[in-house]
Write a protein that binds this ligand. Structure first.
Ligand SMILES: [Zn+2]
Length: 436
C-alpha cells in the first residue's frame, strides 16, 4: 500500500515559493489570511472509504519512482495541509501549477475524502472562491510508549491532538499490552464519529522492519513484542510501530520547521537517549534498524552499567536518569521522584538542581559533538523533557560544542512541539508514505 512520504513541496516547480504566500492579510490575494477559517463547514462524510494512496511530505522526491502527477498531488495536498484554508486559485498562484491541473487534483482529493470544501473567502471584489481544508473527520490514533507511562491520543490528519489519556506503567508485558489496547479502544469509542486511518506507535527501542518486531529496547521494562499484532486484532486498523527518535525525525520534517531539504538528527533525551537520522530525504535505518544508537556508544569505559549490558554509554551520562543521579551526588540527598520535578527545582533556583542540570548538559553537548563528527547534520533537534527548560541546558551544551575542532557546527534547537513531539511523531508514522 502506498502511503505518504514527507517532502512538503517541490522547489523545482517554476514559480513555487511559500514566501510568496502572505499570511498577514496585507493583500486581498492572500485569502488564507481571511477570518473565514473559523466558519469553515465541518463536513461529516458517512461511509467514506480510506484512500489507498497517501502523500509525500518532504520537499525532495525521486523522479525515478514518482510520476509528475503524484508529485503535483503531493504538492497540492501539502499546501492545503500547511496553509489551510486555501482556494484553488491560491494553490495555483503559490505553486505555479496550471489552474486546470489544480482543479483536477483537488477534485480527486475531495473524492478520496482527504480534503473538503468549506466557506467562501471574503474578497473585496469579484467572485468569492471556495476554500479548501483537510477533512477533519479523518483521524489517527497516536500511541507514545514511554518507559514510565504510555500516552494514547486521537488526532486529526493534520496532527492536531483532539483527546488524550495516560496509561500508567504496568507490572508486566501482558498487562501493559492489555491496558494500552483497552485505552485505545476506549478513545475510539469516545470518538466514534471519526474515520480512523490507522494507529501509530512510537517506541523507546529499535524495530526490525523486515521482522516487524522490536529488537532492542533496553529501557522498557516490559516486552513490546506482540503489541502491534494485538492492536491490529483488537481494532481492525493498520498499525505502524517504530522507534520514537525515528518517528520524531519524520515528525520534525512534517510538523516542524525542518522541510526535509537538509539533513537533520533528532536526539530524544528520556530515560535513555535515542537518535533518529534523516538524510538525503529519508530516514537512515541501517542493518536490522539499529542505525543511530549513539546513546550506547561508550564514553566512560569505567562508567556505570547500562541497560544494554555495556558500561559508561553516553546515555548513562546524559539521560534524565543521569540528571537525577547527579543531583543526588551533588546534594547528598534523595533526588526528586521525577525529572520534571528536578527541572522545576532548577527553575526555582535550587543550586544542586542547577548544578546537576549543568553537568548533564555538558555530557549532552559532548555526545552531540560525537554526532556532529559522524554525520555533519545541518540541524540537531532535541526532544524530551529537557525541552521544557532548554534555556537551562543550552549554555553548557553550546560551550561543549564550541570545543569541537570540526569546522561545521550544526544548529541545535529544542523541538517546536515540546512535550507533545513524541505523541505527534506517532501520527507521522501513520501518514508516512514509505516507512522502509
Ligand atoms: Zn548502553
Amino acid at each position: 500500500m502506498a502511503r505518504w512520504c514527507y517532502v512538503r513541496c517541490l522547489p523545482q516547480i517554476p514559480g513555487f515559493g511559500l514566501e510568496s504566500h502572505n499570511a498577514t492579510g496585507s493583500t486581498d490575494q492572500c485569502i488564507a489570511s481571511t477570518d473565514s477559517r473559523s466558519v469553515l463547514t465541518n463536513l461529516k462524510t458517512p461511509g467514506m472509504t480510506q484512500s489507498p494512496q497517501r502523500f509525500n511530505f518532504t520537499r525532495r522526491q525521486s523522479a525515478s519512482n514518482t510520476t509528475p502527477r503524484q508529485i503535483n498531488r503531493n504538492l497540492v495536498f501539502n499546501l492545503i495541509r500547511i496553509h489551510q484554508p486555501l482556494s484553488r486559485a491560491d494553490i495555483a498562484r503559490i505553486s505555479g501549477l496550471q489552474r486546470s491541473t489544480v482543479s483536477l487534483i483537488v477534485e480527486d482529493l475531495i473524492k478520496e475524502h482527504w480534503i473538503v470544501e468549506g466557506a467562501t473567502a471574503k474578497l473585496p471584489r469579484g467572485r468569492r472562491p471556495i476554500l479548501l481544508q483537510l477533512n477533519n473527520q479523518r483521524a489517527v490514533i497516536a500511541v507514545d510508549v514511554h518507559p514510565l507511562r504510555t500516552t494514547v491520543a486521537v488526532t486529526d490528519i493534520g496532527g492536531r491532538i483532539l483527546a488524550q489519556n495516560l496509561v500508567p506503567l504496568q507490572e508486566n508485558s501482558a498487562k501493559a499490552i492489555h491496558a494500552i489496547t483497552s485505552a485505545v479502544k476506549k478513545l475510539m469509542a469516545a470518538n466514534s464519529d471519526k474515520s480512523f486511518d490507522g494507529i501509530g506507535i512510537s517506541l523507546p527501542g529499535r524495530m526490525d522492519r523486515s521482522l516487524q518486531k522490536p529488537v532492542f529496547a533496553p529501557n522498557l521494562n516490559w516486552s513490546a513484542l506482540g503489541l502491534k499484532s494485538r492492536m491490529q486484532r483488537a481494532t481492525g486498523l493498520r498499525v505502524e510501530m517504530d522507534n520514537v527518535a525515528n518517528a520524531c525525525a519524520l515528525s520534525e520534517v512534517w510538523f516542524g520547521e525542518s522541510d526535509g531539504a537538509h539533513d537533520l538528527v533528532v536526539v530524544n533525551v528520556s530515560e535513555g537517549i535515542g537518535t533518529g537520522i534523516f538524510a538525503n530525504g529519508h530516514l537512515l535505518r541501517g542493518e536490522d534498524g539499529m542505525a543511530g544508537e549513539f546513546g550506547h556508544v561508550q564514553v566512560e569505559p569505567n562508567g556505570l552499567r547500562c541497560g544494554c549490558g555495556s558500561h559508561g554509554c553516553w546515555e548513562t551520562t546524559a539521560s534524565n536518569r543521569a540528571g537525577l543521579r547527579y543531583f543526588q551526588e551533588i546534594s547528598g540527598s534523595e533526588p526528586p521522584k521525577t525529572f520534571d520535578a528536578l527541572i522545576k527545582m532548577a527553575q526555582d533556583g535550587d543550586p544542586s538542581a542547577l548544578a546537576a542540570i549543568e553537568r548533564m548538559a555538558h555530557a549532552l553537548g559532548r555526545g552531540l559533538n560525537m554526532i556532529t563528527s559522524a554525520l555533519a547534520p545541518s540541524e540537531i533537534v532535541v526532544v524530551g523533557e529537557v525541552t521544557m527548560a532548554w534555556y537551562l541546558f543550552n549554555p553548557s551544551v553550546q560551550a561543549e560544542m564550541k570545543q569541537n575542532p570540526m569546522a561545521h557546527t550544526p544548529k541545535v534547537r529544542p523541538s517546536l512541539e515540546g512535550n507533545t513531539a513524541r505523541l505527534r511523531s506517532a501520527v507521522a508514522l501513520v501518514m508516512n508514505e514509505d516507512p522502509a
